[in-house]
Design a protein around this ligand. Structure first.
Ligand code: SF4
Length: 470
């Protein structure tokens, strides 16, 4: 029998990428060939995101696109948007399965019967569709054609937040970097965020399982492991913390680099900073979401720090690690954000030693606290603030690039990209590119930064190249 093929497409954050890799592995274990997204397949999985209205829209577009490209594929919409707005997702023409955040690792089990020609299961072993098909009315914007079977829905009303049980390692088509999911859910209540609703309360994976996945990823050739989750600073499994996880992973034989992904500033303790400053494997990079530089906006957002506390933390981290790369997220146009408060954020961000910024225009998420706030900001004003903040972001990025000119940096190079460059990242998350033949994929190479472009630094030729890794 021909080997069935499955393709995967991820929207959203690094955690979603880690989860797609875990889902892909469950398909591989069932004998599927993992095919490129967009190629003809038997199963097409879209791992969705719902962080903004724009993300929702992109999910809908991708689902329709994949059905057009692969009309006979079983199309599965899984993850955050499927969980947050099941009814709308179920109403998209061509969707066969809608699977929520805590059921997605059972997807391969669920769809396998379809692909093997058996009738579609109303539920798979051990899993009950908590929302039954008959209870879901597709949203009115798209009509079901009479020949289309209603999608099967596996969405819990409340995501299960029990212990993790993923005894597998994520599948990544390229070696180089791999993500390790250590934690899910969040107990914080930021006013703009719908994640606690779609992913439930904070829960942590056991250190044993994390280490086992790390071992396997290294065996498969990954050099850099990235610790990821919704709120990783709150990791707690049997008293172990995120710094215990970082230490344990960095001690695995064969690991070259360990990176901490986005982490809430209020959750970083001295232990983690000491590990970062002291371990030769630790990437000197932190992504610390700030969201606003104005204390009253931060309070309305229900963030648990002030701008001053954030600045003092950064100062301490930079004193310990002067070469630290620092990124942040900023939301512009939060309800009630006055011109004065926005200007304050702009000034605050300007004076921080940031290397990059992700700027988000505020997007109302259903059933969040901020959705009920008055004084919504006019979209034209949000756009104007976003443009001003993007200008600051571009200047910060350029300054970070420029300060590396003439310096030697160690880069983990990846595959050649669409533009013909071989690019990679330093531990501090500086993107560096070179010609494809200058060095191989998945090699850590010491190069000299010669110049910069808008998007990355150039390791010019001839460059000082010392392979420190094979
Ligand atoms: S810390 Fe705040 S923004 Fe981050 S996931 Fe939790 S509620 Fe959302």
């Amino acid at each position: 029998m021909k080997q069935p093929r499955a393709s995967f497409y991820t929207l959203g954050c690094r955690l979603n990428q880690a989860e797609t890799a875990l889902i892909a592995e469950t398909f591989r274990e069932r004998g599927y060939e993992i095919a490129e997204h967009g190629s003809p397949v038997e199963v097409a999985v879209i791992n969705t995101c719902s962080v903004t209205e724009h993300a929702d829209q992109r999910c809908r577009q991708e689902i329709r696109k994949v059905k057009r490209r692969s009309p006979s594929a079983v199309v599965c919409a899984v993850g955050c948007y499927a969980q947050a707005d099941t009814q709308t997702v179920a109403g998209i023409l061509g969707v066969d399965y809608v699977v929520g955040t805590d059921k997605k690792y059972a997807l391969a089990q669920i769809v396998s019967q379809d692909v093997s020609g058996s009738p579609r299961p109303s539920y798979a072993r051990g899993l009950k569709p908590l929302v039954r098909n008959s209870e879901v009315r597709p949203a009115p914007r798209e009509e079901m054609v009479s020949s289309q079977v209603a999608p099967a829905i596996f969405v819990s009303q409340r995501p299960d937040t029990g212990e993790f049980d993923y005894p597998m390692a994520g599948y990544y088509p390229h070696s180089t970097r791999a993500n390790i999911k250590i934690q899910d859910g969040c107990d914080f209540c930021c006013a703009f965020c719908l994640l606690p609703r779609v992913r439930g309360a904070a829960h942590s994976r056991s250190l044993e399982q994390i280490v086992a996945e790390g071992h396997e990823l290294v065996r498969r050739g990954h050099k850099e492991l990235v610790i990821t989750g919704v709120n990783i600073g709150t990791y707690n499994s049997g008293g172990k913390t995120v710094s215990d996880v970082a230490r344990a992973i960095s001690e695995l034989p064969g690991v070259q680099r360990v990176r901490i992904s986005s982490i809430e500033p209020s959750t970083i303790g001295d232990e983690l900073l000491d590990w970062m400053a002291g371990s030769p494997k630790a990437c000197r990079h932190l992504h610390l979401p700030l969201q606003s530089g104005d204390d009253s906006v931060l309070a309305r957002m229900k963030r648990v720090y002030t701008a001053g506390e954030y600045a003092r933390f950064i100062e301490r981290a930079k004193t310990l690690m002067p070469d630290l790369g620092l990124g942040t997220d900023i939301i512009v146009g939060f309800p009630g954000e006055s011109d004065r408060e926005f200007d304050q954020t702009l000034r605050f961000v300007e004076q921080l030693p940031l290397s990059y910024l992700h700027v988000f225009s505020y997007s109302e998420r259903p059933k969040t606290a901020a959705a009920f706030y008055g004084d919504k900001i006019d979209p034209a004003r949000i756009k104007e603030r976003s443009e001003r903040m993007h200008e600051v972001a571009a200047r910060k990025k350029q300054a970070f690039f420029d300060e590396h000119i003439g310096r030697k940096v160690e880069v983990l190079f990846e595959t050649v990209d669409e533009d013909g460059w071989r690019k990679g990242f330093t531990g501090s998350y500086l993107r560096v590119g070179t010609t494809p033949d200058a060095c191989g994929e998945n090699k850590i190479v010491r190069v000299t930064v010669m110049d910069t472009t808008d998007d990355f630094c150039l390791a010019g030729e001839p460059f000082d190249r010392i392979s420190i890794d094979g």
